[in-house]
Write a protein of this length. Structure first.
Length: 493
């Protein structure tokens, strides 16, 4: 039996999954957490070496006695937007500034002005946490660091460097940097120069399903694999999730609730314009794009609460939190949550937005807080769906949220639309990465053949009492406009 290995570099953890090469049947999966670092208010960073250490652990876990010589190829995907600066020895010279970082509010305004003057087709408005914004911030505050930088990489491209010793990026991930012309499918040199980057500091672009290199002997030894295994270029995590669900053509919207929350709808062409707070990025599939709405703190809000109430070290912490939420009524007995813990993207594009529990009273317990977070994330994503998901589109729900029956029930009632859920247990981004690996090595001739090999039934979840959230959602919509100025004052202090 031959295998395909998919590696998904997330924000909270890295996942690896081993699939049977022909059928894409899941054989084993493993994950390993690592921290997000918050050295100052508004900062969000990670240690790239921690990513690599976690990859070593999960790959060894999924092997579990299987013959590693049967692995045909390795596919990759990873968290979007982040900036990894490497020195002349291709070693990190600064922690990775990831997508949740909010330090560059001033730089966003400068890039918004620049967007009106450049010829490049950029994916949407600039945002904090994008590689371009972070690079511009470094050029203003740590210019020597940028001068000492040999190359800048996205997170998953740093992993590929560890695997192959080679530098590259793919169009789907590059599109999320705000340094990439999505119409030309190439870096935008005038934008990069404005952000303090030279052309030689940007890696070459390669197709997502192309072999980018082979596993080196040092990497193979660390992972417990034979050297020479083909490593595919890979893609960003959202298109990997979409590919793993078969969401490639228009008419379907994929909602992913992981660390962040995203709603994406595939497109057959780049639209001339889109609403504020929306993005158009390259899909992992050629001649396909997707429109995206995003919130920054979906599962991240729940993780924050998990750690706050002392459940971090407990096995089954999220299951316990789901049980606590299940015991509480809709509306959490007068408690409302705004999930803007890291600022917010759609629809506000406000790095200075902040989170809020409204209505806290003495009767509220941990279960009320959990339920309010689940509902607040649902309200925020409902705003996203109203912008990118026409009523005729099917909705597919993905991500860690599918492990929580109560959170799925909350979402379907808040959105007041049926949602489809694929059987839990298969890490969809890993599957998307494995499909790219199969395509790159010729195991599959095209995406349709790969998706047909993995066809499986969906579970349809219907709304039961959507009207019970109508008033809560209307109140939710009023809060940010009322409190925006106060949020900004607090953030500035």
């Amino acid at each position: 039996m031959n295998f395909l290995l998919g590696i998904d570099l997330g924000t909270s953890s890295v996942k690896a999954a081993l699939f049977e090469a022909d059928s894409l049947r899941l054989l084993a999966t493993a994950d390993r957490e690592y921290p997000v670092l918050y050295p100052q208010p508004g900062y969000a960073e990670q240690d790239p070496d921690a990513w690599w250490g976690a990859v070593i652990a999960v790959v060894r876990d999924v092997l579990d006695g299987r013959n590693p010589h049967h692995i045909q190829a390795i596919g990759l995907d990873g968290q979007m937007h982040g900036l990894v600066c490497l020195d002349a020895n291709l070693r990190p010279i600064h922690p990775a500034i990831i997508w949740a970082d909010a330090r560059a509010s001033g730089e966003i305004k400068q890039l918004a002005v620049l967007r009106k003057t450049v010829s490049a087709t950029l994916p949407g408005p600039p945002a904090a946490g994008f590689a371009a914004t972070s690079a511009l911030w470094l050029s203003h505050h740590q210019p020597l660091l940028l001068e000492q930088t040999r190359v800048v990489l996205l997170p998953k491209d740093f992993l590929r460097l560890q695997l192959t010793g080679l530098l590259s990026a793919d169009p789907s991930d590059a599109a999320g940097t705000w340094l990439f012309d999505i119409k030309r499918g190439a870096w935008a040199p005038e934008v990069a120069a404005y952000c303090g980057l030279r052309p030689d500091q940007l890696p070459p672009i390669m197709p997502s399903a192309q072999i980018a290199g082979e596993l080196t002997e040092p990497a193979a030894k660390a992972l417990g694999l034979p050297s020479g295994i083909p490593v595919i270029t890979g893609c960003a995590d959202l298109p990997a999730q979409a590919l793993g669900h078969g969401v490639v053509d228009p008419g379907v919207t994929l909602v992913t609730v992981g660390t962040g929350g995203q709603a994406i709808s595939p497109l057959a062409a780049i639209p001339p314009d889109s609403a504020a707070g929306l993005y158009v990025f390259q899909h992992a599939v050629p001649e396909r794009w997707y429109i995206q709405a995003a919130i920054l703190s979906a599962g991240l809000s729940l993780r924050w609460l998990r750690d706050l109430i002392g459940l971090k070290e407990q096995t089954g912490a999220y299951e316990k939190m789901s049980d606590l939420a299940s015991a509480m009524p809709p509306g959490a007995e007068g408690l409302l949550f705004l999930p803007h813990l890291a600022g917010e993207r759609t629809p506000y594009m406000d790095a200075q937005a902040s989170g809020l529990f409204l209505g806290l009273r003495l009767h509220h317990q941990a279960g009320h807080l959990v339920r309010a977070i689940m509902e607040g994330v649902g309200f925020a994503l409902k705003q996203c769906l109203e912008l990118v998901a026409p009523e005729e589109n099917d909705l597919i729900l993905s991500g860690g949220v599918t492990q929580s029956a109560i959170w799925c029930r909350i979402l379907v009632d808040i959105w007041a639309r049926p949602i489809e859920i694929v059987s839990a247990g298969v890490p969809r981004a890993c599957l998307g990465a494995a499909i790219l690996a199969g395509l790159g090595t010729g195991l599959f001739d095209n995406y349709s053949e790969a998706l047909q090999a993995r066809a499986e039934p969906l579970t349809l979840l219907e709304p039961q009492n959507p009207q019970k959230y109508t008033g809560h959602y209307e109140q939710y919509l009023r809060l940010y406009p009322l409190l925006k100025e106060e949020m900004h004052r607090l953030t500035a202090n």
